[in-house]
Design a protein around this ligand. Sequence first.
Ligand SMILES: [Zn+2]
Ligand SMILES: [Zn+2]
Length: 354
Amino acid sequence: MSKMMKAAVQEAPNKLVVKEVPVPEINDNEVLIKVKYTGICGTDHSIYSGKYSAEFLPMIPGHEFSGIVEEVGGNAEGIKKGDRVTADINMSCGHCFYCLRGQKLMCSEFTQLGIHTNGSYAEYVKVPWGQVHILPDSLSMLRGAYIEPLSCVIHSAKAAGIEMASSVAIIGSGLGIPYALLAQHLGATKVILIARNKQKLEMAHEMGVDHVVSVHDVDDPVAHVKEMTEGRGADTVVEMVGTSATYETAWKMVRPGGTLASFGITAPDDAMELKPFDVVLGERKIVGSTAGVGQDWPDAIQFMASGRIDPGRLFSKVVPLENLEKALDELKNDPLLTKVFVSPEVSEEEILNK
Ligand SMILES: [Zn+2]
Ligand SMILES: [Zn+2]
């Protein structure tokens, strides 16, 4: 009989059940990881409610994780039992039109661990060995579980081409905080973080984000950004909320010749108003980005291991696997919660930062 483990299985929309399932069996090209922490992400809310990935259920969600290598397939190189690791969740065929161009996110066989295939809300998760990244000793296991979201931010910042001494306006306070810190490290000298949640904005300011703006305090955020940029608008504007309204606001903040970096995921049929005139004569650009891939992962590791970006202040608490559903609910309703981690190794909630 196969070895069993505890896992949170999304059996149907709004039906998340913690139960015993078989430990994944690995082949020669895979590695089995004993999960330490998994960060709860907005995507998990979408999977829970059935907005996203419903066709892949039943499935174990969870895609922002760290853990310890338990078992290594015969073909794996440079990885051994006991290594502290995280893993790139993005898998593709490796040889199609898109994969050959380094655009694996568009591959027709593209899948993400914990979104399309079984993830890390479990005691064990298996991944292809080539996706594994070893964590430096200076990086805590909690921070190891934050590499996936930071890699997404890095991917977007690269696509946006943030320049030194430039201005960057960011709408949204979730991943907007590490994005703002990253933009400052890349050399942007005027970084403006705009959001609703005052507590998170205060936290962002404490963490070193230069300018934070609450939408409750300004009549017109577009006019405010223009005021701060000599009337032009920002060189780069990043939309991280994912609604038509915030996309339209973000677009109005882009200076002529500037770039809108699109990060927030809208519903598939949401639309925004955009005047081609502003694109043609304003030479404005829109760049999309969906996930961190390839080098974005080692880059995220370096930013955190060096201490350049320390998300620790955002870490609210660790909860047992059994409390995942409760934590999903709390995250929707408690504005003071930022990052919550799930661990199969704890039996009680551990508060990290108040
Ligand atoms: Zn995520
Ligand atoms: Zn492909």
